[in-house]
Design a protein around this ligand. Structure first.
Ligand SMILES: [Zn+2]
Length: 215
């Protein structure tokens, strides 16, 4: 089974990805992590990828394609994949389908975990990061004992600049723009699963698992 998991910032996408990967034994393709590791490696694309990541820009399609192909090719295709943070935009989506077709595979599901922009902002504005060890807390969903002190190391907790409401709004707009076309296409293809992300983690997981098999 091959799944693309989409969701705006603060939707709890990473948590649901972990649960699905565990349950179905899928290869977890976490593009953000792959790109960061390439940026730190001696890969021929390291320098370019690093420049884009440092600027906070999207890595261009042509690099993402090469990197995705390289990565997917090395995995056991029979186990299936969960794609997170990729594809971004319709061109990457179509390209991914072409790649899978070469292995006789297809996208079975595009799972869209949706939360309202207000909820996304509420959740992300509540995020606090430890200045010392980098641990992330959330005053709403994962509160530290003291809102200003890290439970792990005693360091000072602060709000990152990109977790301020204005920055979050910009990120949400970007996400919406590049995701809309994928959602429309997936709907036409009958593979779109829309999941309400404003519920408890286990309820969301159960809902996804239930619906993955109704086709
Ligand atoms: Zn800490």
């Amino acid at each position: 089974m091959n799944i693309i998991l989409l969701g705006p910032q603060g939707s709890g996408k990473g948590t649901q990805a972990d649960l699905l990967v565990q349950k179905y034994g899928l290869n977890y393709v976490e593009m953000g992590k792959i790109l960061r590791s390439i940026a730190e490696s001696d890969n021929q694309h390291a320098k370019t990828v690093k420049e884009y990541l440092n600027k906070g820009d999207l890595v261009p399609d042509e690099f993402v394609r090469l990197i995705a192909w390289d990565h997917i090719n090395k995995q056991d295709k029979e186990k299936g994949f969960l794609f997170d943070g990729y594809p971004r935009g319709l061109a990457q989506y179509d390209h991914l389908k072409d790649m899978l077709m070469k292995f006789g595979k297809k996208i079975d599901w595009v799972v869209y975990l949706y939360i309202s922009p207000e909820e996304s902002i509420r959740r992300l504005s509540a995020r606090r990061t430890c200045e010392k060890c980098g641990e992330i807390f959330n005053l709403v969903t994962n509160p530290p004992k003291n809102p200003e002190v890290c439970d792990k190391c005693g360091g000072k907790l602060t709000q990152r600049e990109d977790d301020q409401p204005e920055a979050i709004k910009r990120r949400l707009e970007l996400f919406g723009e590049r995701t809309k076309q994928i959602l429309e296409k997936a709907k036409q293809e009958g593979v779109l699963l829309e999941i309400d992300g404003e519920r408890a983690i286990d309820k969301i997981h159960e809902d996804i698992v239930d619906k993955l098999w109704i086709k």
